[in-house]
Design a binder for this molecule. Structure first.
Ligand SMILES: [Zn+2]
Length: 90
């Protein structure tokens, strides 16, 4: 099974468990011990420290959506700039 964060093979834990760890709220699915210790746990701790509930949507998905929205905004901005420039020429 692959880690949903770093995409490398999930390690076998000391107790023989091969399914890794719950990668939420960073990513849907499972993750390796390294990502769990260095990414997922600190993220959960950060939410606890901020007194915020752990998000139920994976942050990776939120970022993906934001990137999509940003890309879309960029394209629209380019189109608007182009239109303005073309109008200036006339
Ligand atoms: Zn990993």
């Amino acid at each position: 099974m692959k880690c949903s964060i770093c995409k490398s093979e999930i390690d076998v834990q000391a107790n023989g468990f091969t399914e890794g760890h719950d990668a939420m709220p960073l990513s849907k699915g499972r993750c390796c011990t390294k990502c769990n210790d260095t990414e997922v746990i600190p993220l959960r701790m950060a939410f606890v420290h901020m007194g915020r509930p752990i998000p139920s949507t994976a942050l990776k998905d939120v970022l993906k959506e934001q990137r999509k929205a940003k890309a879309l905004a960029k394209v629209s901005l380019k189109a608007i700039t182009k239109e303005v420039n073309e109008r200036k020429k006339k």
